[in-house]
Design a protein around this ligand. Structure first.
Ligand code: F6R
Length: 606
């Protein structure tokens, strides 16, 4: 996750920008930079490594002016180097900072190079600087330039741009990546979250997806993607901000659901090697030596393990056993068929998972910790660490950490398959390309909130609900049921749809909500027949599926569709509506969404 900040209209603003960047350090960093606009010129300092390296550079070569931008980078496109660090400049006139991924950057770069633009970094972001330069060179106003650039780019972004000849003005835009605008006395600010601005102002505007804005010291004009001026509410943020804020959402959970494009993109970056291939922190020989894996986890993380079992077995042909950590730790497991144990834990602190990992280590297995919190106990004790980069997850119910775990695990499965000689280069590249498309597909799926709201409203009256999925969607059914019950306190169970006829079908009575997960995969036909059996007994089918599979079933009461996706990745995309349904049902019921009763974020007791 990158962090961006900006200031217009404040004397000696470079100190302020540095302070704000420090508040965004939790978003991770491998390099950082600041640009200051002064007397019609742009001056920039960029440094690789921690923020203190940039602070040091700013002490040695101070930059002075009343407007500027800052950035902390977590590399996605292009390695960690000074020239890939933000800000990026075009023609010494335009400068930008960006968080997210510009998916059509290759086509844009080719087009811009054809027009004579020369690039100085390997990043996707640099095209933004050249697009803005082109727009201004064509005589467009700031407002027109913002609209023009928005129309050209695809992907996820929070961005800010400045022009040397337009003092005290910046253009910002966002889609799926967070951006807050702060209103001060004679100065305006931007930041990836309000915490970055909390020492500067309490009056904050959160831009909506596809909004852009022209920011000046005296105020802010916000436009929608069509260039129509829009009013966005000014929110008064609390004076005592914690480390992270709700970003204008009602709950941390709602915010974290929306942060998934970012969380997936940054986790993918952590699982991409310098040569641009999916990789793991393990050496190729270590991967090749893996001949059996035990996965240890609890709750939602356990469901991530169950999805990964399908991926690893089908792609890498390595046997996987998924174990509930609290059970495994007291067993006397036979470990001969396995060479390593993967402990999956968002917090890295779940005592059951930690103890299970220790147990596996004592039994002679190499341990790998898949954790979201660097420096957590599991991260410290595991022989090796695979990180997810979801950023802090505050809502007790795990959302973005789960989809980040899935992203890391599918990348691990592909890297393992490659090391085992089980995957063709063509299939490897096809999967990699499909994973790279996930952030924007998840971004589009987030648009389903309004479609799901009436459905959630109707669920509030239910006493019980079933979730059905088959094959790789079975664990997503389990996750959906867990989310609904823990948040809304409605009894819910997940089943493998093929298992229904062996008992659970007796539960179906007239009007029982049955949330059905379906993808256009090899088992679609069979899964559809299982749903038919549930519908025939009065089950109220709520179908969550890909666009192309929706017509397979004509007996569903409600249908929620997500974009078509490689069947391998369907569990990631179909998880998003399942989360939204649970969130909105709990919201409609008025339960404590972020801190459901009896639960704790990380369970460090037995
Ligand atoms: C459910 C949820 C829990 C956690 C479980 C493990 O929404 O969040 O089921 O997944 O307590 O937590 P971690 O991943 O921190 O070990």
């Amino acid at each position: 996750m990158c962090g961006i900040v900006g200031v217009v209209g404040l004397e000696a603003c470079s100190e302020t920008i540095l302070d704000s960047l420090k508040r965004l350090e939790y978003r991770g960093y491998d390099s950082s930079g600041i640009v200051i606009q002064s007397d019609g010129a742009l001056q920039m300092n960029r440094a690789v490594g921690k923020l203190r390296n940039l602070s040091e550079m700013m002490r040695e070569a101070p930059l002075d002016g009343q407007s500027g931008l800052g950035h902390t980078r977590w590399a996605t496109h292009g390695g960690v180097s000074e020239r890939n660090a933000h800000p990026h400049m075009a023609g010494d006139k335009v400068v930008i900072v960006h968080n997210g991924i510009i998916e059509n950057h290759v086509a844009l770069r080719v087009e811009l190079e054809g027009k004579g633009h020369s690039f100085s970094s390997e990043t996707d972001s640099e095209v933004l600087a050249h697009l803005f330069l082109e727009a201004f060179d064509n005589g467009l106003s700031a407002q027109q330039a913002g609209k023009e650039v928005m129309a050209r780019i695809e992907g996820t972004f929070a961005l800010a741009a400045m022009h040397a000849d337009h003092p005290d003005m910046m253009i910002v835009a966002r889609n799926a990546s967070p951006l807050a605008v702060g209103l001060g006395e004679g100065a305006s600010f931007i930041g990836s979250d309000a915490v970055a601005l909390s020492h500067l102002t309490r009056d904050v505007i959160y831009l909506k997806d596809n909004d852009y804005a022209v920011i000046r010291p005296e105020g802010v004009e916000v436009f929608d993607a069509e260039g129509t001026p829009v009013n966005r509410e000014v929110v008064i943020v609390a004076a005592s901000q914690g480390v992270v804020d709700k970003g204008g959402y009602r709950h941390f959970m709602e915010k974290e659901i929306h942060e998934q494009p970012d969380a997936i993109a940054h986790t993918l970056a952590a699982m991409t090697g310098p040569e641009g291939k999916l990789s793991t922190p393990l050496a190729r020989e270590d991967l090749a030596a893996i001949d059996g894996i035990v996965m240890l986890a609890a709750g939602t993380s356990h469901y991530a393990a169950m999805v990964a079992r399908y991926w690893i077995e089908s792609l890498a042909r390595v046997p996987v056993s998924c174990e509930i950590a609290s059970e495994y730790r007291y067993r006397n497991p036979v470990t001969g068929a396995f060479s390593c144990a993967v402990a999956i834990s968002q917090s890295g602190e779940s005592l059951d998972t930690l103890m299970a990992m220790r147990h596996a280590g004592e039994a002679g297995l190499r341990t790998i910790g898949l954790v979201n919190v660097p420096g957590s106990t599991i991260a410290r004790e595991a022989d090796m660490v695979m990180p997810t980069r979801a950023g802090p997850e505050i809502g007790v119910a795990s959302t973005k950490a789960f989809t980040a775990q899935l992203t890391a695990l599918v990348s691990f499965a592909v890297a393992l398959a490659e090391a085992k000689g089980q995957i063709s280069v063509a299939r490897r590249d096809e999967i990699h390309a499909a994973i790279q498309g996930l952030p924007s597909m998840v971004g589009r799926t987030l648009g389903l909130f309004d479609d799901i709201r009436p459905l959630a409203h109707s669920l509030t009256a239910a006493r019980s609900a079933l979730y059905l999925g088959r094959d790789v969607l079975f664990p997503v059914a389990l996750e959906g049921a867990l989310k609904l019950k823990e948040l809304s306190y409605i009894h819910a169970e997940g089943f493998a749809s093929g298992e229904m006829k062996h008992g659970p079908i007796a539960l179906i009575e007239e009007g029982l909500p049955v949330v059905a997960l379906l993808a256009a995969d090899e088992v679609m036909g069979k899964a559809a027949s299982n749903l038919q059996e549930a519908a025939a007994r009065g089950g109220r089918i709520i179908l969550i599926t890909e666009e192309r599979a929706a017509s397979t079933i004509d007996f569903a009461e409600s249908v929620i569709t997500v974009p078509n996706v490689d069947p391998l990745l369907a569990p990631v995309l179909l998880t998003v509506p399942v989360q939204i349904l649970a969130y909105l049902t709990a919201f409609e019921k008025g339960t404590d969404v972020d801190q459901p009763r009896n639960l704790a974020k990380s369970v460090t007791v037995e």
